[in-house]
Design a protein. Structure first.
Length: 94
């Protein structure tokens, strides 16, 4: 993932609760499905999966957003494409 993309994700991580308008730039190229629980996270991209367990204190701070970030970084390098992020609906979202 490019440094610019990482900075953008960091900005959203820090500001997600204050923003309410959807963002979309260009046509979508592919889909990334993510899911998170208090135990861990998972992501599926183009038929490949990735996931892991949270550290003891990690799951209590926006696990769905962290799952999206980790899913994107797991399938690096992703450049020049627009990804539709589809988080699995859950009760633990921040």
């Amino acid at each position: 993932m490019s440094p610019t993309a990482e900075l953008d994700l960091q900005w959203w991580y820090e500001n997600i609760e204050n923003k309410s308008k959807p963002i979309l730039q260009g046509n979508l190229s592919c889909t990334l499905n993510t899911d998170a629980s208090l135990q861990g996270w998972g992501a599926v991209f183009r038929g490949q999966s990735s996931g892991g367990c949270w550290a003891r204190d990690e799951a209590h701070h926006c696990p769905e957003l962290k799952a999206a970030y980790l899913g994107l970084t797991s399938f690096c390098p992703i450049s020049g494409i627009n990804v539709l992020l589809v988080p699995y609906p859950c009760a633990n979202c921040c």
